[in-house]
Design a protein around this ligand. Structure first.
Ligand SMILES: Nc1ncnc2c1ncn2[C@@H]1O[C@H](COP(=O)(O)OP(=O)(O)OP(=O)(O)O)[C@@H](O)[C@H]1O
Length: 584
């Protein structure tokens, strides 16, 4: 559609240019007949003018309308294309990882200093695509129209006043060269800076909105306001610098174009006084001169818009480049299908954090059979969630092999619950778009997830709310568990998915999970979780992990927690302290 509209816009540009050319002859006739006091000639020129104007007026309006449609259709295609690239191949996640490492913009320190250029780019993706589409269409249409003017009018001017044509060509070439050299790159840089600083400010405000409650609990307004004000100041500073450049450019453009105002009359006057040309020729030459002058001065007149377009193009290009997968970064984990009877196999798995700063697993071997379950334990930051990231295919840096069931038989409950935009039903069926099963089946899932009253409380399956803000973390974890039951995976992963729940609810949840017969892998800190698993994988530090049978693990813990052991003693002591405080 955009291509068809572009062709229509070009055809209309040609038609309107021809009409303008015709109009210049009509105007010339009008003025000449007036000055020669030829009444009949004057009125026939008037009718001619009315005829041309009657065709030209709707054509100009049609041309505007087609240009407007072109902007909208192109914008729709461009934004749709960028959204596809953003969601394809988990690019949104990859560029988040890259921006954390400051890789989004190889030649800049900006990524670290600005709070994530890619973060800002992502926020402005739709906005940038919209303004890119409108300004590029405006400039393209403007440029093509000027080229048609140039083609149509330069022959005319050459035939009437060749000296003037040469003057114009030389003048415009010099003007364009000076403008591009003095203002071009500088203005483009300033515009880019303004776009970037505005994106930084927006990024900060969105972050505060997302973490509003935490900021409020910390009474962190003053600090966050300080950061927002600093970013606003940076945006204003960038805008002031651009305005200064624009003022300089406006001064130059005015001087440049005003200089040419008198040229046609000055150059034509001697021939007119000598009776060699008619008066109408002077007006026609002035009209033609202005058309050609404006065509040749396209760069001078539109430098601000061109530099804005260049900055927008650069930003979109940066984002598109970030969305394209980089070449193979080197060693990466191999993947395959689990062999018969197994649901998860890790063979000699070595895992690094992205960028390779930390070694999280060193030659880990593990095999989990159907119906078995594994609890991953270890101190905070040892790499428990990262193991799941690697199994899910989010992280790849390392070596060894991961074999699992097919991706659609796996289901991950991440550490931070995610509530999508949409109804309560959407929360349970996410990421499915179409619901499987009846409302009663879904209600049974909520009941199994220990949320029997949520449906009624929320106002039905179609109720929409900001679920991430209105449900407690524990409730969000239970909704996520209902989601897991809905998808009935062969192998489920629960990353501290019950950390917000009391022990009784956690028990009920694991009972429901065990009843499904699915294999599952949990990440957790609480020792009482062990009872629900057949195996325990515990971090030993420096990337080493120990796999044990759950019973063996409990037996060893029992020995360690005997009254003689210091850990058991301190736990008892703490309980006494609490009850003493309560009694007081
Ligand atoms: N995107 C990332 N880039 C680089 N390092 C990261 C990234 N994400 C996490 N890490 C680091 O990897 C290490 C392991 O993180 P991980 O989330 O796996 O810890 P964990 O054992 O699950 O911790 P917790 O129990 O606190 O959830 C941490 O030191 C963390 O700082």
């Amino acid at each position: 559609m955009a291509w068809r509209l572009a062709i229509a816009s070009t055809a209309l540009s040609i038609a309107t240019t021809l009409l303008l050319l015709k109009l210049s002859y009509t105007q010339s006739n009008l003025s000449s007949n007036l000055s020669e006091k030829s009444e009949s000639g004057f009125y026939s020129a008037v009718w001619e003018f009315v005829g041309v104007a009657a065709v030209a007026t709707p054509l100009f309006a049609l041309s505007e309308w087609v240009d407007g449609l072109l902007v909208i259709h192109w914008r729709r295609w461009l934004t749709g294309h960028m959204l596809d690239a953003y969601y394809a191949d988990r690019a949104y996640y990859r560029i988040m990882l890259c921006s954390l490492q400051g890789l989004d913009n190889p030649d800049q320190v900006q990524a670290k200093e600005g709070g994530g250029v890619v973060g800002g780019l992502m926020l402005r993706m739709c906005e940038d695509a919209r303004s890119f589409a409108s300004s590029s269409v405006a400039l393209m249409v403007g440029l093509s129209r000027k080229l048609f003017y140039l083609a149509a009018f330069s022959g005319l001017l050459f035939s009437i006043a060749p000296r003037m044509m040469w003057f114009l060509l030389a003048y415009a070439a010099a003007g364009t060269a000076v403008t591009a050299a003095v203002f071009g790159r500088g203005l483009m840089r300033r515009t880019y800076e303004v776009l970037r600083r505005e994106a930084d400010l927006r990024f900060q405000l969105v972050r505060v909105r997302e973490a509003a409650e935490s900021v409020a609990f910390y009474s962190g307004e003053a600090r966050e306001a300080g950061v927002s004000h600093a970013r606003l100041a940076a945006a204003v500073h960038a805008a002031l610098r651009r305005v200064a450049w624009e003022a300089g450019l406006a001064l130059w453009v005015n001087a440049y174009s005003n200089t040419t105002l008198l040229v046609p009359s000055l150059l034509m006057a001697p021939a007119y006084f000598a009776g060699q040309v008619r008066f109408g020729d002077i007006t026609q030459v002035s009209f033609t001169f202005q058309r050609i002058e404006s065509a040749l001065s396209f760069v001078v007149d539109n430098l601000a818009a061109l530099s804005g377009l260049a900055a927008q193009t650069e930003r979109l290009d940066e984002l598109l480049r970030a969305l394209v997968p980089r070449g193979d970064p080197g060693a990466s984990v191999a993947r395959g299908a689990a062999r018969a009877g197994a649901v998860l196999e890790l063979e000699g798995l070595s895992l690094w954090t992205p960028g390779g700063a930390q070694h999280l697993a060193d030659g880990l071997d593990l095999s989990l059979g159907a119906g078995q379950s594994l609890l991953v334990m270890g101190p905070s930051g040892c790499g428990k969630s990262s193991l799941l990231r690697c199994i899910a295919g989010l992280w790849d840096e390392g070596s060894g092999t991961v074999r699992t069931l097919p991706r659609d038989s796996l289901f991950f409950l991440p550490q931070k619950p995610f509530m999508c935009l949409g109804s309560l039903r959407d929360q349970v069926t996410f990421p499915h778009v179409h619901t499987r099963g009846s409302a009663t089946d879904l209600a049974a899932l909520l009941a199994a997830a220990q949320l029997p009253d949520l449906l009624e409380r929320s106002g039905g399956w179609k109720a929409e709310a900001d679920w991430a803000q209105t449900l407690s973390i524990g409730e969000q974890q239970r909704v996520a568990f209902a989601r897991l039951l809905y998808h009935r995976p062969g192998l489920a992963f629960l990353d501290e998915a019950t950390s917000g729940l009391d022990a009784a609810t956690e028990d009920a949840i694991y009972t429901a999970l065990a009843a499904t017969g699915a294999s599952f892998v949990s990440v957790g800190h609480r020792p009482q979780l062990v009872q629900w698993h057949t195996h325990v994988l515990e971090a030993q530090g420096r990337g080493r992990w120990e796999l044990r049978d759950a019973e063996e693990y409990l037996a060893s813990r029992g020995r360690a927690a005997s009254p003689q052991a210091s850990g058991g003693g301190s736990m008892t002591l703490r309980r006494h302290t609490v009850s003493a405080r309560l009694a007081t």
